[in-house]
Design a protein around this ligand. Structure first.
Ligand code: G3H
Ligand code: 13P
Ligand code: ZN
Length: 314
């Protein structure tokens, strides 16, 4: 079923201490694989699109793209026996956020985290006012997404990671529904140069202060088995490192309820697509080449649903 407001899914996860997977899509193939996986695991799921996905799906027209993506998600969600929400990931531009709201998304993220604190508060509060009038929820980010390096000073960490003392003021002034605190993750396949670690002290403080559903961005595990397979079939991905499963489990234990994953799906899809192209050089039907790649996405999503603890939650 299509969930009109993502809050329904995340408030429940927050009250019952589990995490819900939020998976990025740009096209039909990723969507089908994600929904199939969530159905098999009887888990609630959040499908999300970036602003870039809206431009891509609309062939350059982001409003059209938002409508195409929303129609597609609603069509598949309608028959699914699990809750499926559609979220706008990292909305930087208020016009893009408006397009998602108008297309019927279940929630939006306004990401003004690169702006000075006061401006972040002002923009976020304005988006919350509009989104709440449409009865959908809003996510915002505090701090910036950069990996924790061993040799980074306390001062540098303070400058980039979430400042827990700002969290209460931010939530009260803006009225956001979910908060993404920067605790040391980053987007993409190269998250840590040394050992993978997150700042759980900051996470625990933010949870204690806000008690609201919290979001982990840059949460991909960057599974070695898919990186190796991609490299075996011609890719050149060196030094990739993600957030291991034990750290994801700990993050959920300390209050993360929405876990964003894009890179893991991209890497799994590409590894299997490369293999399929190599194995069947005479194949000219893209659908046949996509099948094993979609299966890989489904497996990755199912594995993550287990790790986050949302298996059987619906
Ligand atoms: O937050 C980043 C997501 O991986 C989306 O990336 O802007 O390339 O679609 P994108
Ligand atoms: P990854 O690059 O780790 O998959 O992060 C995705 C994300 O945070 C989307 O908002
Ligand atoms: Zn993100």
């Amino acid at each position: 079923m299509y969930v009109k407001n993502t809050k329904e899914i995340l408030d429940k996860a927050n009250a019952n201490y589990y995490g819900v997977g939020a998976f990025n899509i740009n096209n039909l193939e990723f969507l089908q694989a994600i929904i199939d996986a969530a159905i098999e695991k009887r888990a609630p799921v959040i499908v999300e699109t970036s602003e870039g996905a809206m431009f891509y799906a609309g062939n350059g027209d982001f409003r059209k793209g938002a409508r195409v993506l929303a129609e597609m998600v609603m069509e598949f969600a309608k028959d699914a026996p699990i809750p499926v929400a559609l979220h706008l990931d990292h909305g930087h531009d208020v016009e893009h956020v408006m397009a998602a709201i108008q297309a019927g998304y279940s929630s939006v993220m306004i990401d003004a985290s690169a702006k000075p604190y006061k401006e972040n508060v002002k923009i976020t509060a304005e988006v919350v006012r509009i989104a709440h009038a449409a009865n959908i929820s809003v996510e915002a980010e505090l701090g910036r997404l950069v990996g924790i390096e061993d040799n980074v000073s306390v001062l540098e960490r303070d400058a980039t990671l979430v400042d827990p003392s700002e969290a209460k003021d931010f939530v009260e002034r803006t009225g956001v529904d979910f908060l993404a605190p920067a605790i040391g993750t980053s987007h993409g396949a190269f998250k840590f140069k040394g050992e993978a670690k997150l700042d759980f002290d900051r996470l625990k403080k933010v949870k204690e202060i806000t008690k609201m559903p919290l979001v982990l961005h840059g949460a991909s595990t960057v599974l070695p088995r898919y990186v190796e397979k991609a490299n075996k079939y011609g890719a050149k991905i060196e030094g990739a490192k993600g957030v291991p499963y034990n750290i994801l489990r700990e993050s959920v234990k300390y209050g993360i309820n929405k876990i964003n994953t894009d890179t893991d799906l991209r890497v799994a899809f590409l590894a299997e697509l490369r293999k399929a192209l190599y194995d069947d050089v005479s194949q000219i039907d893209p659908r046949k080449l996509f099948k094993p790649a979609m299966k890989a996405i489904k497996e990755v999503v199912m594995e993550r649903i287990d790790v986050l603890g949302s298996t059987g939650k619906y």
